[in-house]
Design a protein around this ligand. Structure first.
Ligand code: SF4
Ligand code: SF4
Length: 479
């Protein structure tokens, strides 16, 4: 097997290293000799091995996700819901606070903490809990002088004006689950009476005055959803859209499978063309909507544009921990019910051996070693792997087909931009860099805070920096 592969693009050839995922492109030239190519490969570091980190180290995780299954209940009955059985138990606010304290104390060198009470039910069914949780996050931020940011995803049916005001005043960044447009949403996302909820959710969203940080969380289950139409529709209301493709292994459950994968790939190709066209015309809004949040394809574009390499698919069980209603600590909210992904309990703490095992699984997955998309994809989701093979370390060929396709589209997107307008690519590059920095510590803020010797607390100074730049600069000048 060649240690590189090629894609064709507008009379150019893009070369992609299978060793490290680096890429470069050349105009098609029949006179190019293998000696020339060797020299260009060397110049572009196409053969450089990426050093692997053999053992788990806490310091590798800068942003720590703390997830709480706040409500085990839900007021909807979505067809594709993974929680068929809902235990009638909930964690108390004291248990939630103790869990937050525990995880924060485990990661003294982390730069940022995200607390997410979405879990496996509808969080707004426990609004008082949610609000008290946010208050605690803010207190904690001031104590540790680092951001402890509350975030959640809701099904949107309970977003009355009053609730939105409370959530926004409490500092929540929140997303709404909405599957594209009416026809696709109402196929799966049903209320207890088995009626579609699209109209109600969009009405609630339209009533939200300040939508700057609002996200749409879209579940892509099959070929029936037009992704381009989804983007056109939802971008009227949301500045961020994240699409999550969901795999199915059971013929009764709608999801991505062997028979529809080519149609799904085609959907992404159309979305790619749509976003590329807009971007080339200088309309960067759609690209921004894709990059802003946690979109699958958006992540690939960001990593390819920045030539950023990832060693693991995710941080589940290593930098992300979730507390279930039964007070078990599991690797991530999606792993609820999978015994192999339990790490301990709020009484016993985290089993370090299991954490080390997750690291080994994620960094050494055999089937990924020769894959060109390895350092952009990071490997298979352990939950998908478990439901497919009852193993955590396998890969799923159907999802791999999709991921390799997205990798190719992301690379073509980058080189289309460079070919057409290098300045435009530079603007996109800066946008990607800004997005990547959002998950890191604001070093300037931390330094200013330190030098103020307690005159301001963390959130006070952050608020000034975010909203009153001039005032912040004055504070810095006179400190
Ligand atoms: S999970 Fe599949 S696409 Fe991703 S790196 Fe592994 S083999 Fe490649
Ligand atoms: S294991 Fe899968 S569901 Fe869990 S955090 Fe990782 S990618 Fe997400």
């Amino acid at each position: 097997m060649n240690n590189y592969l090629t894609y064709e693009l507008n009379y150019h050839t893009i070369y992609v290293s299978r060793i490290n995922g680096n890429q470069f492109f050349l105009p098609n030239n029949p006179n190019l000799t293998s000696k020339d190519l060797k020299r260009i490969f060397l110049k572009n570091h196409m053969g450089d091995e990426i050093p692997s980190q053999v053992t788990y180290k806490k310091e590798l995780f800068k942003t720590i996700y703390i997830s709480l299954h706040a409500s085990s209940n839900c007021n909807m009955k979505c067809k594709y819901c993974f929680m068929q059985y809902r235990p009638d138990v909930n964690i108390t606010i004291d248990e939630a606070k103790r869990f937050i304290d525990f995880i924060i104390s485990e990661f003294p060198k982390a730069e940022k903490f995200i607390v997410d009470p979405t879990g496996s039910g509808e969080p707004l069914l426990r609004l008082d809990f949610i609000l008290e949780l946010a208050e605690y996050c803010h207190k904690k931020s001031d104590v540790i002088s680092k951001e402890v940011l509350p975030m959640l995803v809701t099904n949107g049916t309970l977003l009355t004006k009053d609730t939105v005001d409370k959530l926004q005043s409490a500092g929540y960044i929140f997303g709404v689950s909405v599957d594209g447009y009416k026809k696709t949403h109402d196929t799966n996302r049903l209320n207890a009476k088995q009626e579609g909820t699209y109209k109600q959710v969009i009405k609630n969203v339209k009533n939200i005055k300040h939508r700057d940080y609002l996200g749409a969380a879209v579940t892509l289950t099959n070929e029936n959803m037009s992704l381009t139409k989804t983007f056109k529709t939802l971008s009227k209301f949301f500045p961020t859209i994240s699409v999550k493709p969901v795999r199915s292994f059971d013929s009764d459950v709608d999801g991505i499978n062997d028979s529809n994968i080519e149609v799904i790939k085609n959907q992404f190709t159309r979305l790619y063309r749509f976003i590329l066209q807009k971007t080339l015309k200088g309309k960067l809004d759609y690209l921004g909507i894709l990059l802003n949040g946690d979109d699958y394809f958006g992540k690939y574009i960001l990593r390819v544009c920045l030539n950023q390499k990832v060693n693991s698919r995710c941080d589940a069980g290593m930098g992300r921990f979730s507390l279930t209603p039964e007070k078990k600590i599991i690797a991530c909210p999606g792993s609820i019910g999978i015994e192999e992904m339990e790490l301990g309990s709020s009484n016993s703490g985290i089993d370090q051996e299991k954490v080390n095992r997750f690291w080994k699984i994620q960094s050494e997955r055999k089937q990924c070693q020769d894959c060109e998309a390895r350092y952009v994809c990071g490997g298979e989701c352990m939950v998908v792997s478990y439901y497919k093979d009852k193993l955590l370390d396998s890969v799923d060929e159907v999802m791999c087909k999709l991921k390799r396709h997205l990798f190719e589209l992301a690379i073509k997107f980058k080189f289309e931009l460079i070919l057409h307008d290098e300045q435009l690519f530079n603007a996109v590059y800066v946008g990607c860099l800004d997005k990547a920095k959002r998950l890191q510590e604001d070093k300037d803020l931390s330094l200013t805070l330190k030098k103020m010797h307690g005159k301001y607390n963390f959130l006070e100074l952050k608020r000034i920096k975010d909203n009153f730049q001039e005032e912040y600069e004055k504070i810095k000048k006179f400190m």
